[in-house]
Design a binder for this molecule. Structure first.
Ligand code: GTP
Ligand code: MG
Length: 138
């Protein structure tokens, strides 16, 4: 079984949507094997999104991610990385397929409710940024 890293972002925690979003993931066969609610520090958000630091929206992205609590979690399942991305839907909710989390709940391309790792290598790196091994219980 594969593991991937998931974040329920501030726009979703603000609207009390964590359970509704996790219901979509669980229905898709993904199991929550680690979970915590945290307020990201600026440093954590900048490190997490470092690949985007030259993009024009980087500042806005960091401010958004630290604006309210997030839920960070590890999801486990068959092809978890790809399955999670599929049920999240396209980055811009205007392009997201019916039934996906972003189609259902995202507000805009920036405030798009969820993050999911884009590869197995990145999943391992991202999980390690927020969880120690003994916090993941499969
Ligand atoms: P993540 O799972 O969050 O990494 O989303 P993604 O892989 O679908 O998108 P990408 O990695 O390209 O972008 C990372 C995040 O930056 C997105 O989820 C958005 O929150 C934000 N983002 C991307 N494009 C824009 C944009 O044009 N404007 C703003 N404000 N934010 C953006
Ligand atoms: Mg991404």
């Amino acid at each position: 079984l594969e593991r991937t890293f998931s974040i329920i972002k501030p726009d979703a925690t603000n609207r009390n949507l964590t359970g509704a979003i996790n219901a979509v993931f669980e229905k898709a066969g993904l199991r929550i094997v680690a979970q915590k609610r945290v307020r990201m520090t600026r440093e954590q958000a900048e490190t997490f999104y470092a690949v985007h630091k030259e993009r024009p929206f980087f500042g806005e992205l960091v401010e958004f991610m630290i604006s309210a609590p997030v839920v960070v979690q590890v999801l486990e399942g068959e092809n978890a990385v790809a399955k999670h991305r599929e049920v999240m839907g396209a980055t811009n909710p205007a392009n997201a397929a019916e039934g996906t989390v972003r189609k259902l709940y995202a507000l805009s391309v920036g405030e798009n409710s969820v993050h999911g790792s884009d590869s197995l290598d990145n999943a391992k790196i991202e999980i390690a940024q927020f969880f120690s091994g003994n916090e993941i219980v499969g």
